[in-house]
Design a protein around this ligand. Structure first.
Ligand code: SF4
Ligand code: FES
Length: 257
C-alpha cells in the first residue's frame, strides 16, 4: 500500500453487503474516483452512499455518531484490521491520506458471534450494554457535590482508573481477538470502578456478575494473543485483564467463605 498522497485518488472499495441478520452477505465492488486524501474514512463512505443513491442503489448501512473518536459506534474492519491500519485511531478519525492511488480497500463488519450483523456494516453490540448493566450500580451517595478532596485517592489509583475509563466500548478488542474474547473491554470497565474507593463496596459482586454476563453472551476466553490491545483505539492495556482475573479469583474465594 502506498503512503501519503496529495491529489484525488482512484480507489476500488469492496464493501460487505448483507440485507439482514438471516441472509447471506457478499462483498460488492465499487469504483471511486478523485477521493480527497483529506476526507475521513466515514466521509468517503458518505460519498460512496451519495454515488449509490444517485445510481438508484441502496446506500451502505454503517454505524457512526460522534465522528470524534468518543462514542465507539464506527466499528468497521478495514483491510482485515478493526478500525483500520492506524494505531489508537477509531475509524472516524482515520483519513484517506493513509491510502494510496489505485488501492483496493476491503470494508466489512466486526466478525464476532456475539455481535450479529444487522445490515451491511452494522452489527448489534448490545451484548456490551448487557454486560455493563450486569455491573450494576455503585452505592456512593451522590447527594450534593462533595469537596474535591473529601475522598483522598492515591495518584496511581486515579491514573489507573482514568486510563481504564478511556474505553469507548467499541468492540474492536473482541473483533481482533481470534477467540472473540471481550476481556479487554470487561477488564477496563471493572478496573475503572474497582480502583476507586467509591467502587470498592460492590467490587466482588460487580466482577462476578460482569464476567458471568460476558460468558453468557458467548464471548471467548483470553489466550494471550494481545491482538485486543493492538486494535484498541484507546490504548487500553492488557494489564487490566490480569487485574480483573485477580479480582475475580479473590471474589470467588470470598463468596465461598
Ligand atoms: S477496550 Fe478498547 S477496543 Fe475494547 S471496547 Fe474498549 S476501547 Fe474498544
Ligand atoms: S463515530 Fe464515534 S467514535 Fe467513531
Amino acid at each position: 500500500m502506498s503512503e501519503s498522497h496529495t491529489g484525488g485518488m482512484n480507489l476500488t472499495v469492496k464493501v460487505w453487503r448483507q440485507d439482514g441478520p438471516d441472509v447471506e452477505g457478499e462483498f460488492k465492488s465499487y469504483a471511486m474516483r478523485d477521493v480527497s486524501p483529506d476526507m475521513s474514512f466515514l466521509e468517503m463512505l458518505d460519498v460512496l452512499n451519495e454515488m449509490l443513491i444517485l445510481s438508484g442503489e441502496e446506500p451502505v448501512a454503517f454505524d457512526h455518531d460522534c465522528r470524534e473518536g468518543i462514542c465507539g459506534m464506527c466499528s468497521l474492519v478495514i483491510n482485515g484490521q478493526a478500525h483500520g491500519p492506524d494505531a489508537e485511531t477509531t475509524t472516524c478519525q482515520l483519513h484517506m491520506r493513509r491510502f494510496g492511488d489505485g488501492d483496493t480497500i476491503h470494508i466489512e463488519p466486526f466478525r464476532v458471534g456475539a455481535f450479529p450483523v444487522v445490515r451491511d456494516l452494522v452489527v448489534d453490540r448490545s451484548a456490551f450494554d448487557r454486560i455493563i448493566a450486569a455491573g450494576g450500580y455503585i452505592s456512593a451517595n451522590t447527594g450534593a457535590a462533595p469537596d474535591a478532596n473529601a475522598t483522598p485517592i492515591p495518584k496511581d489509583a486515579a491514573e489507573l482508573a482514568m486510563d481504564a475509563a478511556a474505553c469507548i466500548g467499541c468492540g474492536a478488542c473482541a473483533a481482533a481477538c481470534p477467540n472473540s474474547a471481550a476481556m479487554l473491554f470487561v477488564a477496563a470497565k471493572v478496573s475503572h470502578l474497582s480502583e476507586l474507593p467509591q467502587g470498592v463496596p460492590e467490587r466482588d459482586r460487580r466482577v462476578l456478575d460482569m464476567v458471568g454476563s460476558m460468558d453468557a453472551e458467548g464471548f471467548g476466553n483470553c489466550t494471550n494473543h494481545y491482538e485486543c490491545m493492538a486494535a484498541c483505539p484507546k490504548g487500553i492495556d492488557v494489564e487490566n485483564i490480569a487485574r480483573m482475573n485477580r479480582e475475580y479469583a479473590v471474589a470467588v474465594l470470598r463468596a465461598r467463605d
